[in-house]
Design a protein around this ligand. Structure first.
Ligand SMILES: NC(=O)c1ccc[n+]([C@@H]2O[C@H](COP(=O)([O-])OP(=O)(O)OC[C@H]3O[C@@H](n4cnc5c(N)ncnc54)[C@H](OP(=O)(O)O)[C@@H]3O)[C@@H](O)[C@H]2O)c1
Length: 380
């Protein structure tokens, strides 16, 4: 039985290197086996993809649909990076409008795995020249129109608020594809491109980019939310794979929820860390010392989430049903850090179902904790 995914365009060059049984790997290289093992640890994967360590080859795991998502056997296909895009829209020149944190990192990572970035424009020449110099054979354009006129696929990596205006100010061709990288913005911000017949899509790397200098590695082993029309959807999925990540299909109506989740896990987590460290300025030299002391705790917690998952990872007084300790926290926070007290109480309330699921939290203690925390939120 041989599966030829559409990504390979039926050229017959893809190589089936092995069949894989869940739990055991046969006749694959150690690198491949490591990758396969990691993939197998992910439940309900019906199709997964991964790079080898050097980023020279990509692996596709094809779980025969007939056997369902929990198929016991899969086919592993190994192919050179960039191969999946042969004969596709993305094999032509790719352009970027917006040479900021994401645009610069993504363009470099795409080039690293074999895509051709041929033109870039940004609000300022300094940004576009810097990126073009890093990429080599890439032209600096003065406007988004210059990029559109020279590329088959254009990524609009400008701030969310500017995507629609840039798309509207540019004249597109029907043979093109226009892609934004915003998590929350709908595809309708690209309506002007769609109206000319161009394919439109969204390609959101679920990662945080603090600056333009991130290495391509930050784009590996991450999810890419893809929403696009027909063939462009498949090609963006292939691109996610080629970048070393895995695609997730996102329906238009789910974009905002998806993005809220990402912001909670990233920006709000960072804010929680800041607020937690700031409590130290009340009893220590500075919140910097608090941050330094708290970071190992956070790392262990994240490791625990990954390795043991929920609810097992949860520890602390909520799990133990330690009502007196929680009451003392509320009292101290209300007196010395009132702004943080409601944050604490809301999160502690949200952790009760997890603590209960872990076991050990008795019904009586759970009720006492719920009452204590709810009452604490009524205090003005
Ligand atoms: N940063 C992240 O963590 C992250 C993660 C996932 C997705 N995204 C998405 O990526 C996109 C870009 O975000 P970012 O963080 O990379 O922003 P950014 O660092 O501020 O970069 C935006 C770039 O767009 C350029 N620009 C602004 N207005 C423009 C216009 N009217 N025409 C042409 N260029 C313009 C800026 O030019 P100059 O430098 O020349 O001034 C800047 O280089 C957004 O849609 C965002 O939601 C970001």
């Amino acid at each position: 039985m041989f599966f030829t995914p559409t990504n390979y365009r039926g050229s017959g060059l893809a190589l089936v290197v092995d069949t894989v049984c869940r739990g055991s790997i046969m006749n694959v290289s150690p690198t491949c086996a490591r990758v396969v093992n990691r993939r197998l640890a992910v439940p309900n994967v019906s199709r997964g993809d991964q790079h080898d360590r050097d980023g020279k080859y990509a692996l596709h795991f094809l779980w025969p649909r007939a056997f369902g998502a929990r198929a016991s056997k899969a086919f592993v296909v190994l192919y050179p990076c960039g191969f999946g895009i042969m004969n596709s829209l993305l094999s032509g020149g790719i352009g970027f409008v917006g040479a900021g944190a994401l645009g610069s990192t993504l363009a470099r990572a795409m080039q690293h795995v074999g895509y051709r970035i041929t033109a870039v424009a940004s609000r300022t020449n300094a940004s576009s020249e810097r990126l073009a110099k890093e990429l080599g054979n890439c032209k600096v354009m003065q406007t988004s129109q210059g990029v559109a006129d020279n590329c088959d696929v254009v990524f609009l990596t400008v701030p969310d608020a500017s995507i629609k205006a840039v798309a509207t100010d540019t004249h597109w061709r029907s043979s093109q594809a226009v892609v934004h990288c915003s998590g929350a913005s709908p595809l309708t911000v690209l309506v002007s491109a769609k109206d000319t017949g161009a394919l439109v899509g969204a390609f959101h790397p679920l990662q945080t980019f603090g600056g333009r200098d991130a290495t391509p590695d930050v784009l590996r082993d991450i999810a890419y939310a893809v929403e696009a029309e027909s063939t462009l959807h498949e090609e963006l999925e292939t691109m996610a794979t080629d970048l070393g990540g895995w695609p997730i299909a996102l329906a238009a109506e789910d974009r905002v929820m998806y993005h809220a989740s990402a912001i909670a896990a990233c920006g709000l987590l960072a804010t929680l860390m800041k607020l937690s460290a700031d409590l130290w300025s009340d009893f220590s030299e500075s919140s910097d010392e608090g941050l330094r002391a708290l970071l190992p705790l956070v790392r262990s917690t994240l490791d625990g989430i990954e390795q043991r998952g929920f609810p097992n990872v949860l520890t602390g007084p909520m799990v133990r049903g330690d009502v007196a300790t929680v009451a003392s926290h509320i009292e101290a926070l209300a007196a010395r850090a009132p702004a943080f007290q409601s944050v604490y109480s809301h999160l502690a309330l949200a952790s009760l179902p997890i603590a209960k699921a872990k076991g050990g939290l008795g019904a009586h203690e759970e009720e006492q904790l719920r009452e204590l925390l709810t009452d604490s939120l009524k205090i003005k």
